[in-house]
Design a protein around this ligand. Structure first.
Ligand code: EPU
Length: 430
C-alpha cells in the first residue's frame, strides 16, 4: 500500500503543466472501436483509467501501441463484441461507452455493470432510453448490460430528462453510424462532449451542435481512423488552482484552455485569489487567506461537481461561513468526515454542506474516498499544521491525476509518496 505524506506550510512557486483530460480521453478511446481502423490519439493523460480503458480494448482484440507516454496508436480492426473482462469494466463508469461503440459497430453488446466513484445511486436510465429510441433492445442479466439491435440503429429524437455527460457521449457514439438523423435535446454541454464530437467528425461522422443543449447527428455508414489530440484537463487545472489558493504562493498553470475554467476562476476571484489569464495559461497567486463563498455545482457551464471536494477543503479555513450545494450527484460529501479529522467545522444536510471557517487545519491520517476527495485531502494538507497522511490513493487519485505528488513537489510542496509494507516499515518510493 502506498500513502501520501504532506508537511503543511510550504508555499508553491513555479510552473505546472496540465495533462490531457481524462473524461475526454475515455469516450474517445472507446469510440475508436467504431472505426475498425487505426487511430492515433495524442495528449492522453498517463493515468490509471486510461490504461484500464486501453487494456479493455486489448482484451477485446485491439492492437494498442504506445508511441510515447501520452500517444497511443489503437487499431480496432480485429475487435470482437461482447468479450470485455468484467473485472476491468467494473473499475470505472466510462466503460458504459462500450455499449454505444459495440452497438454501433456490431449491432450488439454485452458489457459488465460499470463501477466508478461512489457518489450514491448512479443510474444509466438515460443511456438506456437513448439506445431504445435508436431501436435497440436492452436488458440486464447476471450483472451484464445486454444490448441488441437486429438491423442498423435508426436515428431518432431523444429528450434527456437530465443533462447527462455519459448518456450524451454514449448516444452520440452510437448515433454517428445509425441510419438517418438523431437529435439529442437537453444534451450535456461539457468541453469533453465537444472533444468527442470533434474526434468523431475527424473520423468521418457528421455531428453539429456539440457544446449546446441540442446536438444533431446525421448518421454515416462508416467511420475511419484519424489522428487526434485530447483537450487539456480543466479539473486538473482547477485542482492546482485550489492547491496554490490553499498553500499560498504563485503558480503558472500551463497548457490549458482558460475559457473552460471560467466558472472555477469566477469563484476563486470571489474568494480573493488573483488570476491573470493568458492564451494558454493562467497565473494564480494567493496569500492563503480566503473569503467565504456560496457555491452550487451544476452541469457545464456551471461550477463543476468534480471541483466540489477541492473547494470544500479550501473553504475550511476561509473567513466566515460558506455553503456548497451539490446540484449534480446524489451523495458526494463522504470525504467531509476526513476533513473533520483535520479539525474542519463542516456538516452536510442532504445536498448542502455548511463550512464554518477555522483558523487552521491540523495534519491527520485521512482516507482518499474517491478521486477528487483524494485531491481535496492534499489541498487541505498543504495548508495544515503538521503532517497529513493520506491512504487509499491507488484506487482513487491514481485513476485521474498523473504524478500529482511530483508536480506539487517540483513547485515547493513538502509532499512524498511512501510505500508502507505489511509490517508498517516505510520505504521511500518517490
Ligand atoms: N444520471 C442518471 N441517469 C443516467 C445518467 C446519469 O440519473 O442515465 C445521474 C447520475 O446519477 C448523476 C448525474 O446524473 O447524479 C450526472 O451524471 P452524468 O451522466 O452527467 O455523469 P457521468 O457520465 O456518470 C461524468 C464524469 C464524472 C463527473 C460527471 C458530472 C466521466 C468518465 N465521468 O460522469 O467525473 O462527475 O460526469 O460532470 O466522464 C471525475 O472525473 O471525478 C468524475 C466522477
Amino acid at each position: 500500500m502506498e500513502k501520501i505524506f504532506i508537511n503543511g506550510g510550504a508555499r508553491l512557486y513555479g510552473d505546472i503543466r496540465i495533462d490531457g483530460m481524462k473524461n475526454a480521453a475515455l469516450p474517445i478511446i472507446f469510440a475508436s472501436i467504431l472505426t475498425g481502423d487505426k487511430c492515433v490519439i495524442e495528449n492522453l493523460p498517463p493515468v490509471k483509467d486510461v490504461s484500464t480503458a486501453l487494456d479493455i480494448l486489448r482484451s477485446m482484440g485491439a492492437s494498442v501501441r504506445m508511441l510515447n507516454k501520452t500517444t497511443a496508436e489503437i487499431d480496432t480492426a480485429h475487435v470482437a463484441a461482447g468479450i470485455s473482462p468484467y473485472d476491468l469494466v467494473n473499475r470505472m463508469r466510462a466503460s458504459t461507452y462500450l455499449i454505444g461503440a459495440e452497438l454501433g459497430r456490431f449491432g450488439w453488446a454485452k458489457v459488465g455493470m460499470p463501477g466508478g466513484c461512489d457518489f450514491g445511486v448512479r443510474p444509466i436510465d438515460q443511456h438506456i432510453k437513448g439506445f431504445e429510441a435508436l431501436g435497440a433492445e436492452i436488458f440486464i442479466e447476471n450483472g451484464y448490460i445486454n444490448a441488441r439491435c437486429p438491423s442498423r440503429l435508426t436515428g431518432s429524437s431523444i429528450y434527456f430528462d437530465i443533462s447527462s455527460v455519459g448518456a450524451t457521449c454514449n448516444i452520440m457514439i452510437a448515433a454517428s453510424v445509425a441510419e438517418g438523423t438523431t437529435v439529442i435535446d437537453n444534451a450535456a454541454r461539457e468541453p469533453h462532449i465537444v472533444d468527442l464530437a470533434n474526434f468523431l467528425n475527424t473520423c468521418g461522422a457528421d455531428i453539429t451542435g456539440a457544446g449546446t443543449n441540442m446536438i444533431k447527428i446525421r448518421g454515416v455508414k462508416k467511420l475511419h481512423g484519424c489522428e487526434y489530440a485530447i483537450i487539456p484537463d480543466m479539473i486538473e487545472a482547477g485542482t492546482y488552482m485550489a492547491a496554490v489558493a490553499s498553500a499560498g504562493g504563485r503558480l503558472n498553470i500551463r497548457n490549458i484552455i482558460p475559457k473552460h475554467i471560467e466558472s472555477i476562476s469566477a469563484k476563486f476571484l470571489e474568494m480573493g485569489v488573483s488570476i491573470t489569464e493568458y492564451d494558454d495559461y493562467i497565473t494564480v497567486s494567493s496569500n492563503g487567506r480566503l473569503n467565504r463563498v456560496n457555491i452550487k455545482t451544476l452541469p457545464y457551464p456551471g461550477f463543476p461537481t468534480d471541483m466540489q471536494p477541492q473547494v470544500a477543503a479550501l473553504l475550511c479555513t476561509a473567513e466566515g461561513i460558506s455553503t456548497i450545494t451539490e446540484g449534480v450527484c446524489d451523495n458526494r460529501f463522504r470525504y467531509l468526515e476526513d476533513l473533520r479529522r483535520m479539525g474542519a467545522n463542516v456538516s452536510a444536510d442532504g445536498r448542502t454542506a455548511t463550512i464554518i471557517g477555522v483558523e487552521r487545519l491540523s495534519g491527520a491520517p485521512v482516507r482518499s474516498v474517491d478521486l477528487r476527495a483524494g485531491a481535496a485531502m492534499i489541498i487541505a494538507g498543504l495548508a495544515a499544521s503538521g503532517t497529513t497522511i493520506i491512504e487509499g490513493i491507488e484506487s482513487t487519485l491514481d485513476r485521474g491525476y498523473y504524478d500529482i505528488v511530483g508536480k506539487l513537489r517540483q513547485v515547493g510542496a513538502d509532499i512524498k509518496r511512501v510505500q508502507v509494507s505489511d509490517t508498517d516499515a516505510i520505504r521511500m518510493v518517490n
